[in-house]
Ligand binder design. Structure first.
Ligand SMILES: C[S@@+](CC[C@H](N)C(=O)[O-])C[C@H]1O[C@@H](n2cnc3c(N)ncnc32)[C@H](O)[C@@H]1O
Ligand code: SF4
Length: 460
């Protein structure tokens, strides 16, 4: 293992620890258009809905932004408040937004996938979550093989939350565990006794949830190998079905809380890679399989099965087993995907609410994909979901001009190898999936900023 650290450290770490996107969309958000015409978006949405709803159904993402206290590392769109009276108004606004989308639909939407993200969905009371979801479901059809999931904060997810959401069809929950060490928790302002995680997990299992995910982060201030090992072993002992092992994204220019960190407390790039390697080793030794960018799953989990069958998909919600072509994102900052176009809602609560209150969608930026975008999005999806891709004859010239120079260098570094008609990622390359995806990112390559676009967080 020491030797492996050395190889990664000496040869590849410095070279590939550059700022690259996470590729939950392609083109990535910084390349979207801030002057998007809402009418054009509505038109694209309507066209796609007519052709896709009855075939695949739709995915829904609801962004619930409130949290009671600020975790200083957090890069999510959130609003910190202890005033729970905000719940009612926010629910009314989302239901109005849903009504606007419903008026664009020619038939009842078939909801196949639903994810509550945040912020902290469990900030809302179980009664309010039920009111919100029943309001949405009352004018929709639920697909018989639906997959509903939510992000729960272990400190405030109660039996009542879990039961209410289970009764509405939720079978997957994702808990933010992050790190169990008291010193790390203190510096990130997230005091969360490990007993809370255990209890929330036990109750979910007791009620009948089929999949529990833990989010862990490596690269947080004051983390070291010893502390990380303890957190990971404690997590593994609770047998979550999935583990998302995220690289701490340090973007203090976007996330003010991160400016509170003393940079000297942050692990170095080399230490961060060692934390990752430690996690990967412990997860795999304990039966978890690395299914792609940061994600591990037990062989009994659907995500692993989809990975094995080559059926994994990736969208704004991360890895998924569902293949809907449309995502409707409701709530502040949410992103929608009509397959041929993306749209993002206003990022402040004030602007989002103001737009919806004028009976208009709150979209403030978006993007209409060209045929070339669709083709290169598929290469990026192939790499991140299957670790391999096959070149299309129609793209060869563009691939040769823009992608091959980088891919050839990556082959020389042992990250991938060329086959007769494509590329395959190697075991070493699995540590650098984001970098390999970026070798197909024509927007970055054409701008010549492939390496180190400071808008994104670093790869490691
Ligand atoms: C919306 S939160 C999860 C739900 C709930 N708010 C909680 O914290 O438990 C989504 C996840 O994003 C991850 N996350 C947030 N900020 C991050 C950052 N700067 N770098 C890496 N991961 C981050 C955390 O692992 C977190 O669990
Ligand atoms: S990590 Fe979760 S609870 Fe903490 S501020 Fe971010 S969204 Fe809120």
């Amino acid at each position: 293992m020491l030797i492996f650290f050395m190889v990664i450290t000496n040869n590849l770490l410095d070279k590939y620890n550059v700022a690259v996107p996470r590729y939950t969309s392609y083109p990535t958000v910084p390349f979207w258009d801030e002057t998007i015409n809402r009418q054009q978006w509505k038109h694209a949405f309507q066209q796609q809905f007519i052709s896709k709803n009855s075939v695949d159904g739709v995915s829904l993402y609801l962004h619930l932004p409130f949290c009671e206290s600020l975790c200083t590392y957090c890069g999510c769109n959130k609003k910190i408040t202890t005033n729970h009276s905000v719940e009612g108004q926010y629910i009314e606004t989302i239901l109005k937004e849903w009504a606007i989308y419903r008026s664009l639909m020619t038939a009842a939407p078939i909801i196949r996938e639903l994810h509550l993200g945040g912020g902290t969905p469990t900030f809302f009371s179980p009664e309010n979550l039920t009111r919100l979801l029943e309001g949405i479901f009352s004018s929709a059809v639920i697909h018989p093989r639906h997959e509903f999931s939510f992000e729960g904060h272990p400190n405030n997810t109660t039996r009542e939350h879990l039961q209410a959401l289970y009764d509405l069809g939720f079978r997957r929950v994702s808990y933010g565990v992050q790190d169990n060490d008291p010193e790390v928790q203190r510096i990130i302002n997230r005091i969360q006794p490990v007993e809370n995680v255990q209890l929330a997990t036990d109750i979910a299992r007791e009620i009948g949830y089929q999949s529990v995910n833990f989010d862990l982060i490596y690269g947080l201030p004051l983390q070291n190998l010893q502390r990380m090992k303890k957190t990971i072993l404690q997590a593994i002992a609770m047998k979550p079905d999935r583990i998302a092992f995220y690289s701490y994204a340090h973007v203090p220019w976007n996330s003010r809380g991160q400016r509170l960190f003393d940079e000297k407390d942050l692990p170095s790039t080399e230490e961060k890679m060692q934390l990752y390697q430690l996690g990967k080793k412990l997860f795999t030794e304990n039966g978890y399989i690395n299914i792609g960018m940061d994600h591990f799953a037990l062989p009994t989990d659907n995500l692993y099965k989809a990975h094995k069958e080559g059926n994994l998909h990736r969208n704004f919600m991360g890895y998924t087993t569902q293949h809907t072509s449309m995502i409707i994102g409701l709530g502040v900052s949410s992103i929608s995907d009509a397959g041929i176009a993306f749209a993002q809602n206003e990022k402040t609560l004030h602007n989002y609410t103001a737009a919806i209150n004028t009976n208009e969608l709150a979209v403030f930026r978006g993007y209409f994909l060209t045929d070339e975008d669709v083709a290169f999005r598929n290469y990026i999806l192939d790499i991140s979901c299957r670790g391999a891709t096959i070149f299309r004859a129609a793209d060869i010239e563009t691939l040769q001009q823009f992608c091959f120079p980088t891919l050839i260098k990556m082959e020389a570094d042992g990250l991938l190898y060329f086959t007769t008609d494509g590329v395959v990622v190697t075991t070493t390359g699995l540590n650098f999936i984001r970098n390999i995806c970026s070798a197909f990112d024509l927007n970055l390559l054409r701008e010549g900023v492939h390496a180190n676009n400071p808008v994104f967080s670093k790869a490691i």
